[in-house]
Design a protein around this ligand. Structure first.
Ligand code: KIV
Length: 282
């Protein structure tokens, strides 16, 4: 079992040009499999709303949802750096609420840090949480919690005006004290510039090569069927595997093939004694 990585390892990896490979997870088994496979870190994303809870967006996800799923992930991956994703509404209102909710992730769910979406406009929140002693990862580019304002789940930074906004956001996140930043759905040219410009590790989801890559486990494993972003590479088709397994089971039950002798517990007293017992109840 490899040792849990820390912020210092992530900084060293950036300097050495070593890639960080990380995924999202929302439950005990997925976290355990990801840790056994050797991922460098796990994000308990508020994407859990869409991937696991069946909502159409991440907006309905609550602090209670996040804490509960973070706890399950921590139990499954005790030796992995875990990022708790702050849900919509948990940091928008005030610095005080942002700090209070960030503290909950560490105290109640044992996450190693928190992530929140936005750049210039949340820099004050990031600073307040960092000042409370909590490591923060920033998230700029396509920020799903503000997809309404962005006009949908759309790539960002594709024209010069918008790229300037992404760059300003990333600089604000670094200046506010974040230990790393995630860039989502931004052209690789802009990401490459930010990777050189920023001293903190720069990670990508759909933003091309940089200091490491994140994929949503539901996409990577082929479980999320609603839509597949262009940047996703599928490494398995779990939906097909699971549907086929359920189909086989239904067929076996309906045809009487399941359960067979190997799937039952046999009596340990002589059968005559059981027949006597049954008679008593007749
Ligand atoms: O919630 C999440 O999984 C995320 C990714 C989309 C980056 O924030």
């Amino acid at each position: 079992m490899s040792k849990k990585k820390t912020i210092l390892d992530f900084i060293k990896m950036k300097k050495a040009g070593e890639q960080v490979a990380w995924v999202t997870a929302y439950d005990y088994p997925t976290a355990s499999f990801a840790e056994q496979a050797g991922v460098d870190m796990i994000l308990v994303g508020d994407s859990l709303g869409m991937v696991v809870l069946g909502y159409e967006s991440t907006i309905p996800v609550t602090m209670e949802d996040c804490i509960s799923h973070c706890k399950a992930v921590r139990r499954g991956a005790p030796n992995t750096w875990i990022i708790g994703d702050m849900p919509f509404g948990s940091y928008q209102v005030s610095n005080e609420e942002a700090v209070k909710n960030a503290v909950r992730f560490l105290k109640e769910a044992d996450t190693d840090c928190v992530k929140l979406e936005g750049g210039v406009r949340v820099a004050g929140r990031i600073r307040a949480i960092v000042d409370a002693g909590i490591p923060v990862m920033g998230h700029v580019g396509l920020t799903p919690q503000s997809s309404g304002q962005l006009g949908g789940f759309k790539a960002q930074g594709r024209d010069v005006k918008n790229a300037r906004a992404v760059i300003e956001d990333a600089l604000a996140v670094q200046d506010a004290g974040a230990f790393a930043i995630l860039i989502e759905a931004v052209p690789p040219e802009v990401t490459a510039f930010l990777q050189k410009k920023l001293s903190i590790p720069v990670y990508s989801i759909g933003a091309g090569p940089c200091d490491g890559q994140l994929l949503i486990s539901g996409d990577l494993l082929g479980k999320f069927q609603t839509f597949t972003p262009k940047f996703v590479k599928k490494y398995a088709n779990c939906a097909e595997v699971e549907i086929n397994a359920f189909k086989e089971y239904i067929k076996d039950v309906r045809s009487g093939q399941f359960p067979s002798d190997e799937h039952v517990y046999h009596v340990i007293d002589p059968i005559e004694k059981f027949e006597q017992l049954f008679k008593e109840f007749m």
